[in-house]
Design a protein around this ligand. Structure first.
Ligand SMILES: [Zn+2]
Length: 77
């Protein structure tokens, strides 16, 4: 697929996604994504984006540790 910003080719890969929450930061590893080879723009498909959102919601309300590292592949959310 092509990048929505610069129209270059995008690589299918996995990335580490980070999200700032009130009490710290959530790090989600091995998230399937498309990354632009030119500008680095990262794109997640709808299913992945929805799962990410759910995982962040769940961890943001349940964790009290400053840094949570989650493996996307092993998460059931
Ligand atoms: Zn691009």
């Amino acid at each position: 697929m092509k990048c929505g910003i610069c129209k270059a080719e995008m690589d299918e890969t996995t990335v580490t996604y980070t999200e700032d929450i009130d009490q710290g930061v959530i790090v989600i590893r091995y998230v399937p994504a498309h990354v632009c080879t030119e500008c680095g723009n990262t794109w997640y498909n709808g299913t992945i984006a929805a799962r990410l959102e759910k995982m962040i919601d769940r961890y943001a309300s349940s964790t009290e540790t400053e840094v949570s590292v989650i493996n996307f592949e092993k998460s059931v959310a």
